[in-house]
Design a protein around this ligand. Structure first.
Ligand code: MG
Length: 252
């Protein structure tokens, strides 16, 4: 069932989204060579708590962290670890969310650590751009497939792989609600978009190949090809005035 949010719900979601976005970009600003993913997670955790919210991911399905931290060829769901270090030239995907006043925000961004390769730079730019191609389609009367197709078509144009095993989703009182929002597929298919729906659009894009596999820890998802992967995500409300991004940071 797809939940339609009221005006009051959307106001609350804006607050959850803002804290999520600020926590995400605060984390991004803290990234430095030699830092463990555990340290980075702790900073994000403390930021969310300090702002009166709860980290949405902490304990979700048993996840041990407040952010999924996925370096280089890791696509998503990286568990923060005291044994894993970020180094200069890495790309670090942070996925985090905040829960406040009954609602969640959810967002992700892939940050460079210092100077990164040109191919990594292009991957980050194109994946972020594909998110906005998807958001443009998040309008009343369109279907989910219009978002999916816009993301896929844009990324395929660069020869990139599109992850198929994981998708965007509805978001609200639960972190993961209906509908699924895939990053691939035909246009004009899937559920019709209605005013008051809130969805997380989240392209997960690989330089090479669509395929992924899961690490032995049961969480981390890696590219089968070993290539770099990027992940960008916004929580977006569908309104009669067009798409409204709820996860806009206000600290940068
Ligand atoms: Mg999500």
């Amino acid at each position: 069932m797809i939940h339609i949010k009221s005006k009051e719900d959307l106001e609350k979601m804006k607050r959850a989204g803002e804290i999520s976005a600020n926590a995400l970009h605060y984390g991004g600003q803290c990234i430095k060579d030699g830092m463990s993913t555990y340290e980075l997670d702790k900073l994000i955790h403390d930021y969310i708590i300090k702002n009166g919210a709860k980290p949405s991911f902490l304990g979700l399905y048993g996840f041990k962290g407040s952010a999924c931290l996925s370096i280089n060829n890791k696509v998503i769901h990286g568990i923060p670890s005291k044994k894993e270090y970020i180094k200069e030239g890495d790309i670090v995907s942070i996925d985090t969310g905040a829960f406040i006043d009954g609602f969640h925000g959810d967002n992700a961004y892939t940050f460079p650590c210092g100077k990164i390769s040109e191919e990594a730079e292009q991957l980050l730019r194109v994946t972020n751009e594909s998110l906005y191609k998807g958001i443009e389609q998040a309008v009343v009367g369109n279907r989910v497939g219009d978002i999916s197709n816009a993301v896929e078509t844009y990324c395929r144009g660069f020869g990139y792989g599109v992850v198929k095993g994981y998708t965007g989703h509805g978001v609200g009182r639960e972190m993961h609600e209906a509908p699924e929002v895939p990053n691939f597929g035909a246009p004009h298919r899937g559920p019709r978009l209605l005013a008051g729906m809130v969805i997380a659009i989240e392209p997960m894009i690989n330089i090479k190949g669509d395929d992924t596999y899961t690490q032995p820890d049961g969480w981390g998802v890696l590219t089968r090809s070993g290539s770099l992967s990027a992940h960008f995500e916004h929580t977006v409300a569908i309104t009669t005035d067009g798409p409204v991004i709820l996860t806009k940071p206000t600290i940068i």
